[in-house]
Design a protein around this ligand. Sequence first.
Ligand code: FE2
Length: 217
Amino acid sequence: MRDMHCHILPGVDDGARNLQESLAMLEAAKAAGITSIVCTPHVRDPYFDYDAMWDAYDLLCAHANGFPIQMGWEVNHSKLMELGMEWADYLCFEGGKEFLLELSSRCQKHHFQEYERTIFELQSRGYQVIIAHPERYRAIQDDIEIARDLVKMGCKLQASADFVAGGRLGREKKPAKRLFEENLYTYIASDAHNVEHYQLFAEARSTYRTRGKHAAL
Ligand SMILES: [Fe+2]
């Protein structure tokens, strides 16, 4: 079972602060049944440092005793606009075409015109766009039709497991339940910033189903 969104890299964002914490998270991930991890540090201010993140990845790999770890990124839409679309090639999952896109949690419906342009652009470049934690976005909380449209466009939706405890902003549980009821999610990921988040991941995985039998892989 792959965890395709977490902040396990040491000292590069608001996740693990050092290698010791990263390795504790790795153990917690294994205990939660995870068999491979995509490391997805924040591509947004004030964290983004491409070289430092690769260095952190190399450090973790060197201490992971062969556990399957892949480099990836959680790309904030505004930051991508600032960097330019030519950066997309550097910010997809290592060795693949998956692209984890984070939108603004305060977004409103009209922002999706721009988001959709970006998604089409990424898709035309051959990327599989994965939308990180749609349950966290204000516009989707207000109107689930937006999430349906994202799925129709070919996006995959990823739930962050902490919704079971209310979510990062404390208002994600209800919208997440609706998205599960409508079978709109493809993935549940830990979005782990610390050890405790893996317990929530195990809880979410045991309680909620995603699209298709291999959906969590
Ligand atoms: Fe995240």
